[in-house]
Design a protein around this ligand. Structure first.
Ligand code: AMP
Ligand code: ZN
Length: 112
């Protein structure tokens, strides 16, 4: 997707604070952090939202999920962390490239 901001981050066309990268995932710090640790975990392939997932994505999605604790620990979150996935306008999704938020540390907002 040529006009996708997260695809541009993966390509290096827009700068980001990269935390981790492998052949399937790219992980970087949220530009407007809602807590002292706020990461975004995104697939390198452009998938708009959870609404666009199908069985072909099973390996990718399990890879993303299984990486989360390691990523949280790498940022000092030894005690636990929160994950959020917003889906579509009704779910408050602002960027149309699937992403998992990892939040933790000081300033973690209330759930509501
Ligand atoms: P969502 O509302 O779930 O779509 O979350 C989108 C997130 O992307 C927000 O928390 C934004 O702060 C974050 N964001 C938007 N643009 C950038 C960027 N260029 N670099 C890092 N994070 C970004
Ligand atoms: Zn994209």
């Amino acid at each position: 997707m040529s006009d996708c901001i997260f695809c541009k981050i993966i390509a290096g066309d827009i700068p980001s604070s990269k935390v981790y990268e492998d052949e399937r995932l790219f992980v970087f710090k949220d530009i407007n952090p809602k807590a002292s640790v706020h990461l975004l975990v995104i697939p390198k392939s452009h998938i708009e939202s959870m609404d666009d997932l199908n069985e072909q994505h099973q390996t990718l999605i399990s890879h993303m999920m299984l990486k989360l604790p390691e990523l949280a620990r790498s940022q000092g979150l030894e005690n636990g962390f929160r994950t959020i996935i917003n889906t579509g306008p009704g779910g408050g999704q602002e960027v149309g490239h699937l992403h998992i938020h990892i939040l933790g540390g000081k300033g973690l907002p209330g759930f509501n």
